[in-house]
Design a protein around this ligand. Structure first.
Ligand code: 2RA
Length: 333
């Protein structure tokens, strides 16, 4: 069946990728509505061969239009105000901002990991996890099920596309010698241990997102987790070094097979032939790529992984569209 779908934040990097992914996946859309801030309203967007005019988002945008799914990627403030309005007008909202992720009445979903959480929504809002969390959940899910993860150390190497067009511009101009000053320090030829804002506990919001969102998605607050998230001079694609300690013993080949069997994961692991995932080669795909799989000999039952994914696709747009597809499959729309 075809449905009426809205995209809020349609002109942003994730919003434009929502549309690309919806078209690629032939999402069954009857009527499409595109919304943005006043600044971008009026711009034209082509979708499935048809031209659409982006409207300014207002409190009446959802009235009387029977919008059944609304994909949001327009910042926390817009989601805070307009997601409830969309839901009150009958839409199921899939929100990419961090606004609703830790709300107990809002499921935080990676469709390959915890699809059953979708039907738990209490206010018509489902939250898309942070990009760096999403890509970690896919390889970790089979390992947690099989060996029970007791501790995680995340170290991330995050592309500038995570900051949107302004981040990409600071890197590209910086390489030419004209940094735009978007980042607090030069990003070209540099690494910045600073994503989002610093908190009282000395961590950044990005680091605490990985800690808190992992526990919510696995439904397990006992997992011990620490994170260091770093902005690196990569245009697109987040890379992550993930160190895991398990309650149970494991066989390395069996562990690799468990990840390879996980829907959405591709294992690229043959160091003798220089085979391991890199951002440049993995960007543009919807899978999560895992390599450098090796035992951590410093603890009883530990392993190190290198995990790469496109942070705008699987890390944001594709994951949200997959949630919408799953919700339709479940008859929730
Ligand atoms: C970043 N994960 O990379 C954050 C938000 N997209 O900047």
């Amino acid at each position: 069946k075809k449905i009426n779908l809205a995209v809020v934040g349609a002109t942003g990097m994730v919003g434009r990728t929502f549309l690309k992914v919806l078209e690629e996946r032939n999402f069954p859309i009857e009527n499409l509505y595109l919304f943005s801030s006043k600044k971008s309203a009026g711009s034209k967007v082509t979708f499935a061969g048809k031209e659409y005019t982006v409207e300014e988002l207002t409190e009446d945008s959802f009235t009387g239009r029977n919008i059944q799914i609304a994909l949001f990627s327009a910042g926390g403030g817009t989601s805070a105000k307009f997601a409830p309005i969309a839901a009150a007008n009958g839409a199921l909202v899939v929100d990419n901002s961090s606004q609703w992720r830790m709300d107990p009445e809002v499921p935080l979903v990676v469709p390959e990991v915890n699809p059953e959480a979708i039907k738990e929504h209490k206010k018509g809002i489902i939250a898309n996890p942070n990009c760096s969390t999403i890509q970690a959940m896919l390889p970790l899910k089979p390992l947690h099920d099989k060996y029970t993860i007791k501790r995680i150390v995340y170290s991330t190497y995050q592309a500038v596309s995570g900051s949107g067009v302004k981040g990409v511009e600071d890197l590209e101009e910086g390489i030419k010698g004209n940094p735009t000053g978007f980042y607090p320090h030069q990003i070209s030829y540099n690494c910045l241990p600073h994503i989002d804002v610093f908190l009282e506990n000395g961590y950044t919001k990005e680091e605490m997102k990985m800690v808190n969102e992992t526990r919510k998605i696995f439904g397990d607050d006992s997992i011990r987790i620490t994170a260091t998230t770093v902005r690196v001079p990569v245009k697109n694609g987040h890379s992550e070094s993930i160190n895991l300690e398990f309650e149970k013993e494991f066989d390395l080949d069996e562990l690799k097979e468990a990840m390879a069997a996980q829907e959405g994961v591709i294992v690229m692991d043959d160091p003798a032939n220089n085979v391991y995932p890199t951002a440049v080669e993995c960007a543009g795909n919807d899978e999560v790529f895992v390599g450098r799989i090796r035992r951590d000999f410093s603890v009883e039952n530990g392993v190190n992984l290198w995990v790469v994914a496109d942070n705008i696709r699987k890390g944001a747009a594709t994951n949200a569209v997959q949630i919408a597809e799953k919700a339709m499959e479940m008859g929730l729309v």
